[in-house]
Design a protein around this ligand. Structure first.
Ligand code: FAD
Ligand code: 2HG
Ligand code: ZN
Length: 475
């Protein structure tokens, strides 16, 4: 663990006392208050294992009322709280920094209702994304988002991070799909904005305060979310391409050829796919190429859609944009291809320390940083690769080093953020700011905007108990 990176001081919050534990046990039951060091440990460590907190207590409420009581108590006693969903976040936002109380949302896991005609699902925040998807699929609907962490991440965590994922290009982001939210404010007040209406212009759209605010403005306890219909036909193409310019041309062409059925357009460079292949032993259905493109369609006519994607493949093989490729509608084969792509995020974690950058950059310069970083770092890096969501101008750059050192860290940061800022990109496209990026947020947000964020924080959480040290930089 690279604890030496921590350059923050504990704020003057209270420290959890025996009397506090007794209070928590009185409102939850004994077994839903974890204080044993071994039980608490996993809640202190993030998914990529580069942040580690020192919390002594994890609370597991089962409903909104219990969340409200806990938060009110913590606010009164000035105890800091770190909300935690599936703990798959990649910016250290979901784990405590010091001894914050961990509020685990996993037991708020009930599906409340599904209107099969409108497609509106209402559920509690701790429902696992994949479980929700399985549930709605049985009723001819799908969740509007999908990501590699689907088996663990929770819808409340997705809402709190405004998670993007693999199909944002088709189904939009959660500011649109989430219709309503129930949240608990820092003083324990429950704000019930759980509307199921797509149209509701009754004043300020308060749900947006909670979507993407990473647990710093309130605790999300329920969401209502619009689910698109289950596509009758799904087809996946996986293509080998000679250079990044061809990836871009292919994207342009895919939009024209596939139109409304295009549901994902992902790219990965050779090193990214090779990382899944060699480190995780996953099969690659085509040969080795400098770049790979994954195209998916969601449509309503199996024959028609597969034919469209095959025609696209033929046309672009002839034009030379695609060197080699495969198109399939067989579930197992599609799964193999998606698996190769979705596994990249975790594929290097056993090789050393991974610096992860999740940035958006205008498409013309989308891939520029990868060769720049390779050149800058030379053999200090074991690997540098780029992959991501072309349709959203969002690239993920992973830099693998044998172990974390301050020296290598300072070669990469703030360099990466400076370059992104020069290119008018965003230093955090979809993963959020969390604990790892507040000091760099100014590369993408001007001071007056940061001041407004601080004012909102003071209004919503005057004592600053909700997820301190995250998102907002120190002034
Ligand atoms: P956590 O990690 O537990 O928490 C994330 C943040 O939200 C923290 O700040 C936490 O305090 C806060 N929080 C959690 N629940 C609540 C709540 N109920 N109320 C208030 N605050 C809360 N992200 C993408 O955007 N796109 C991707 O494609 C993507 N792919 C991924 C693939 C893998 C393999 C992994 C490991 C991660 C990926 N992520 C991706 C990042 C991550 O999965 C998402 O950010 C996800 O939305 C986090 O959900 P979670 O339940 O795990 O939240
Ligand atoms: C993805 O698209 C995720 O696979 C994770 O957003 C990216 O870990 C990463 O860098
Ligand atoms: Zn991503």
């Amino acid at each position: 663990f690279a604890i030496e990176k921590y350059n923050v001081k504990r704020k003057q919050f209270g420290t959890v006392q025996e009397s506090d534990i007794n209070y928590f046990k009185s409102i939850l039951s004994e077994e839903r208050v974890l204080t044993d060091e071994n039980d608490v440990l996993p809640f202190n460590i993030d998914w990529i294992k580069n942040c580690r907190g020192q919390s002594k207590v994890v609370l597991k409420p089962r409903n909104t009322e219990e969340v409200s009581k806990i938060i009110k108590y913590c606010n009164d006693k000035h105890l800091a709280v770190c909300p935690q969903g599936g703990n798959t976040g990649l910016v250290g936002g979901s784990v405590p920094v010091f001894d914050e109380v961990v509020l685990c949302l996993g037991l708020l896991n009930k599906i409340i209702s599904l209107d099969e005609i409108s497609g509106v699902l209402i559920c509690e925040a701790g429902c696992i994304l994949e479980s929700l998807d399985t549930y709605v699929r049985e009723r001819n609907l799908i969740m509007p988002l999908d990501l590699g962490a689907k088996g663990t991440c929770q819808i409340g965590g997705n809402a709190s991070t405004n998670a993007g994922g693999l199909r944002l290009l088709r189904y939009g982001n959660l500011h649109g799909s989430i219709l309503g939210i129930e949240a608990v404010k820092a003083d324990g007040t429950v704000i019930d904005c759980l509307t199921t209406m797509k149209k509701d212009n009754t004043g300020y759209h308060l749900k947006h305060l909670f979507i993407g605010s990473e647990g710093t403005l309130g605790i999300v306890t329920k969401v209502s979310i619009n689910c698109p219909v289950l596509p009758k036909a799904v087809t996946v193409g996986f293509f080998g391409v000679k250079d990044f310019q061809s990836v871009l041309k292919l994207y342009e062409s895919a939009k024209l050829s596939l139109g409304e059925i295009l549901s994902a357009f992902e790219m990965a460079d050779f090193n990214a796919i090779n990382s899944s292949v060699t480190n995780l032993n996953l099969p690659n259905p085509i040969d080795e190429y400098p770049f790979y493109v994954l195209v998916e369609t969601h449509g309503s006519d199996e024959g028609h859609d597969a034919e469209k994607l095959n025609r696209f493949l033929d046309k672009e093989m002839e034009s030379g944009l695609i060197i080699d490729g495969t198109v399939t509608s067989e579930p197992a084969k599609m799964q193999t291809i998606w698996n190769l792509r979705e596994s990249i995020a975790g594929s290097s974690l056993t090789r050393g320390y991974v610096f992860k950058y999740d940035v958006s950059i205008p498409l013309g310069n989308y891939y520029d940083l990868v060769p720049m970083l390779r050149k800058k770092l030379g053999n200090k890096a074991l690997d540098v690769y780029g992959y991501g969501h072309i349709g959203d101008s969002n690239i993920h750059i992973n830099i693998v080093v044998p172990e974390y050192t301050k020296e290598i860290g300072s070669q990469i940061e703030p360099y990466v953020f400076e370059e992104v800022s020069k290119l008018n990109g965003s230093i955090s496209a979809e993963h959020g700011v969390g604990f790892r990026k507040p000091q760099y947020i100014h590369y993408s947000k001007i001071e007056s905007a940061l001041d407004l964020m601080r004012e909102l924080k003071t209004l919503m959480d005057p004592k600053g108990i909700l997820n301190p040290y995250k998102v907002l930089p120190e002034k």
